[in-house]
Design a protein around this ligand. Structure first.
Ligand code: SAM
Length: 299
């Protein structure tokens, strides 16, 4: 591994090296692809440290850009796979990552590639895999939901995202940030805010606030539900109109006219006051509600 370590002297994530690489290849940033590259070594260290990688672990990176974070991952993990959508970046990545034989660059849209297949092909010799990325903000939620719903053998997901989205993922019941995204993320993971990040660590600078969030992927969900798809549907329905009570949101989705009594019976059996709003329900309460609705044939 000494060969890898000596490479850190030419780290990519400095303003000068980034500008050199971009200039050499005549690269121009595409806003539509969420291209805001990291040019700060400290923040890269924070991201990589939070992932708890070691030489037995794999790392999956989404959107490597010109390879600033990829290089750090290559020095820390056993095998690294980086999926990049922009064809103009592929030759640059092949160039700057040439010293790292443990890195595989995949050209493709992470929302379309077969991740199960990539795991089978590329992570042959690792104990577990963590996802580490400075995500393209326009597709944060679809990317994370794909990673979680596919039930890949993941340990941690450590990602730079919009601060407002990080706050919603980590939100506890009772506040205005708590919603279906909080419940979905917390069903699969334990979220932890690592740090907030200033604009100056990016080139070009994004016009939203950023944060690094760590999602520790759970071995088993914190609640057991009879039907997962139904559970998520009930959560969605409960937040459909945030200003409405849980009773009114459920009525709109599961009980037609005259279903008032049936609705009250369900809520009473689930132990939930009809006047409460969705944003006050814990994940345990949603689980109970989902199972009682299912048993009452409301799907
Ligand atoms: N990792 C680099 C860094 O930190 O400097 C770049 C991060 S930049 C915020 C996001 C990267 O994701 C860009 O390189 C962009 O081209 C890529 N990207 C955007 N949409 C993507 C998608 N659907 N699949 C894979 N990569 C994507």
């Amino acid at each position: 591994n000494d060969m890898h370590k000596s490479q850190s002297r030419v780290d990519i994530a400095t303003p000068k090296r980034t500008k050199d690489i971009i200039g050499k290849h005549g690269f121009s940033f595409k806003k539509s692809l969420g291209q805001n590259f990291l040019i700060d070594m400290n923040i890269l260290s924070k991201i990589v440290d939070a992932a708890d990688l070691d030489e037995t672990m794999g790392a999956l990176e989404i959107g490597p850009g010109i390879g600033a974070l990829t290089e750090r991952l290559a020095q820390t993990a056993k095998q690294v796979t980086a999926v990049e959508i922009d064809p103009r970046l592929i030759p640059i990545l092949q160039d700057v990552l040439a010293p790292y034989p443990n890195v595989q660059v995949v050209h493709g849209d992470v929302l379309k590639v077969d991740l199960q297949e990539i795991f089978k092909q590329n992570f042959t010799d690792v104990r577990k895999v963590s996802v580490v990325a400075n995500l393209p903000y326009y597709v944060t939620t679809p990317i994370l939901m794909k990673l979680l719903e596919e039930r890949l053998p993941l340990q941690n997901i450590v990602v730079m995202i919009q601060k407002e989205v990080a706050d919603r993922m980590a939100a506890r019941p009772g506040g205005k940030e708590y919603g279906s995204l909080s419940v979905a993320v917390q069903y699969y993971c334990e979220p932890e805010l690592v740090c907030t990040v200033t604009h100056t660590v990016f080139i070009p600078q994004p016009n939203v606030e950023s944060a690094v969030i760590k999602l520790k992927v759970r071995e088993v969900p914190p609640v057991k539900v009879a039907d997962e798809a139904h559970f998520f549907q009930v959560v969605q329905a409960s937040f459909a109109q945030r200003r409405k009570t849980i009773a009114n949101n459920l009525k709109a989705r599961y009980f037609n006219e005259g279903g008032r009594e049936a609705l009250e019976a369900v809520l009473s059996e689930a132990g939930i006051e009809p006047s409460r709003r969705g944003e006050t329900l814990s994940i345990e309460e949603f689980a109970r509600l989902s199972d009682v609705l299912l048993a009452a044939n409301r799907t």
